[in-house]
Ligand binder design. Sequence first.
Ligand SMILES: *Cc1c(COP(=O)(O)O)cnc(C)c1O
Length: 338
Amino acid sequence: MLERTPGLVPVAKGNGYGFGLPRLAHCARDLGVPMLAVGVPHEVDLVREEFPGDILVLQPWRAFDATAVALARDPRVISTISRLEDLELLGNLGGDTKPRVMVEARTTMQRHGLLPEELEGITAWESHVEVTGWRIHLPLHSEETEAEARTLARAVAEISPAPIGLSHVPASTVAAIADELGSTGPDGTVHPYDVRLRMGTELWLGDPQAWQTTATVLDVHPVSRGAEVGYHQHRVPGDGWVVIVAGGTANGIGMEAPTAGASMRARAISVATGAMEAAGKALSPYTIDGRKRMFIEPPHMQSSMVFLPKGATPPAVGDNVPVQVRMTTVAFDETIEE
Ligand SMILES: *Cc1c(COP(=O)(O)O)cnc(C)c1O
């Protein structure tokens, strides 16, 4: 990925895409990249020891955040500026070092960023803060965002020829913009413009063969049809086994993030009606003896009860069974490198 993506800026934020922020910071150090991006100011402390380079905070700087204010004085940290008024505050912060910033331009995502007519305004502050670059955060890639990336990149480069950071565009777009905005030296060689690509999901989770997620079987009890089990004393639907397996709400089991698109309505309905109430009807993410099995009741904090029907081969206490998780919401008890 690094070879294919000149200017790669790894993103380590949230739950560290399942691997944890310190581990990702360590990986970024091994990659030898000069910059790592985190999501919010509080995450800087979790990567600072492992990663020796610049740390970019993606969430725009705000004066109400005491951590963000303190970090603005840290020479290793680059704050994101999304409003001219915040640039003015940072410019007047005082201290020994100039705050280092990247300036975010508003895109069709309509999240944060300076409007096109405001971009010029940063030049007034260039002697008070170090503008290390521009940031463009686009919606997921399409023909429109491709065109938007090019137009915005040209607009910001004309105001100040600082590096441009993009996300969610193919590496080929980055290369095309770098060539388009690049300069040609007197001897005819092209010097590409400094364009960087921030990447999280594709970098850390792009190869699903690279990791395995398992849960440990904590207990197995044979049960007969109609037996009452669990906090809610639900009846089991048949003869078989109750399997108590590690992983519960504290790990993000049974608490999946909503998916995008057409299933939103269905999701909203199942959340509103508490679909888990339908005991024995909810498919769990645990695979036991080759198939996903039903929850007996909603997962507990750190374990879940699932039903294994007669005819299946029960696991042994201590076995590890596959569990399907969403890597950006899961909290593992342990991650092991092999
Ligand atoms: C999260 C984030 C990224 C990385 O997103 P992925 O989809 O995980 O690659 C890039 N830029 C910004 C501003 C982000 O917040």
